[in-house]
Structures are given as structure tokens and as C-alpha cells.
Design a protein around this ligand. Structure first.
Ligand code: AMP
Length: 169
């Protein structure tokens, strides 16, 4: 699918959810081109070397679960604090203001995973998820994102396995 067509279906909402943030609303893109989005997000990943998809709450659930079905993989949720029953492990991370915590179920057996979410902004959410994986026997084979707001992060320099359908420089 043509990237310009994708971009036209993303609405930029100024000052949401707070002043100074431009929210990338991917709802129209998912409404009209869901299959194309999922196909593109699955590209350039060696799926023979992946056990599970790990989706970050909450748009990572929509994208990650569709990718999991397409690739015949299981799905693992990473959730906001207090949503998963114990035993869980958690990782604190910084937002633009304050702190939050992400949690996942404790995992004993080593497994290879792909992390999925809609947007990388500052990268705090992704970094916390990678730390959780490292502490929880998950090897991160690849990271698949719909949008990377590269002007807000340098994560491409830190990790060589980030795949983004759209990059904003
Ligand atoms: P960050 O931790 O700053 O990289 O933020 C990433 C998470 O926040 C993702 O789960 C996104 O869904 C959400 N997010 C952050 N900034 C935006 C934005 N400008 N537009 C849409 N979602 C965003």
C-alpha cells in the first residue's frame, strides 16, 4: 500500500490529550485499510524465529492480535498497572509528566517475541516493555510499529530491529 494513502487516513489532533501534544488518530486508517496495515506490519520479520506476539495496551492489542492470527502465533498482553491478576512483574517508566507502570504475567520458559504497538513517541513505553522482556525470559526478535515519531526519539540508533510502516522525521 502507498504510504501517502496511509498518511491521508491518519488524523492529526492538536492539543490532545494535553496542550502541546499532536495526537495521531489511526482510527480512520484501521476502519478503511486494516488488512493492508496488518500486512505491512508483518513485513521484513523472520516469522520462523518467533514464538509469540506481545501487544502493548491498548492499540497494540488491536494490531498485535490481528498479526498473531495472520502469522499463526500466540498473543501476550502488556498491560497498565493493576489490570492483570498476579503473578506479574512490572516496570516503571516516565511519561511527559509523572510516572506509570507496565505489567506482564511472569514467564518461566525462554521464548522469542515480536513487540507490537501503534506509535513510538518519546520511546518510554517501548523501553519499559523491552526491559520487562529482558527480566522475563523473552528475547525480542523484532519491534513492529505502525508509526515512529522519529523527531521525538532516537530509538532507531539504539535498536536495529525496529520496523515502522510510517516514519515522521
Ligand atoms: P511514548 O512512551 O512516549 O513513546 O508513547 C507511546 C504510547 O503512547 C503508545 O502506546 C501510543 O499509543 C501513545 N502515544 C504517545 N504519543 C502519541 C501520539 N502523538 N499519538 C498517538 N498516540 C500516542
Amino acid at each position: 500500500m502507498n504510504k501517502q494513502e496511509f498518511e491521508k487516513l491518519i488524523t492529526h489532533i492538536p492539543d490532545f490529550p494535553k496542550v502541546g501534544v499532536t495526537f495521531m488518530d489511526v482510527s480512520p486508517l484501521l476502519k478503511h485499510r486494516f488488512d493492508d496495515v496488518i500486512t505491512d506490519m508483518c513485513k521484513n520479520i523472520d516469522w520462523s524465529n518467533v514464538d509469540y506476539i506481545l501487544g502493548i495496551e491498548s492499540r497494540g492489542f488491536i494490531l498485535g492480535s490481528a498479526m498473531a492470527i495472520k502469522q499463526n502465533k500466540g498473543f501476550i498482553p502488556v498491560r497498565k498497572k493493576g489490570k492483570l491478576p498476579p503473578p506479574t512483574i512490572g516496570e516503571d517508566y516516565s511519561l511527559e509528566y509523572g510516572h506509570d507502570t507496565l505489567e506482564m504475567k511472569i514467564n518461566k520458559e525462554s521464548a522469542k517475541i515480536v513487540i507490537v504497538d501503534d506509535v513510538i513517541a518519546t520511546g518510554g513505553t517501548l523501553k519499559a516493555t523491552i526491559k520487562l522482556c529482558e527480566r522475563n525470559n523473552f528475547q525480542v526478535q523484532a519491534i513492529s510499529m505502525l508509526i515512529n515519531l522519529r523527531f521525538l526519539n532516537q530509538l532507531d540508533q539504539e535498536f536495529d530491529n525496529i520496523h515502522s510502516v510510517l516514519n515522521f522525521d
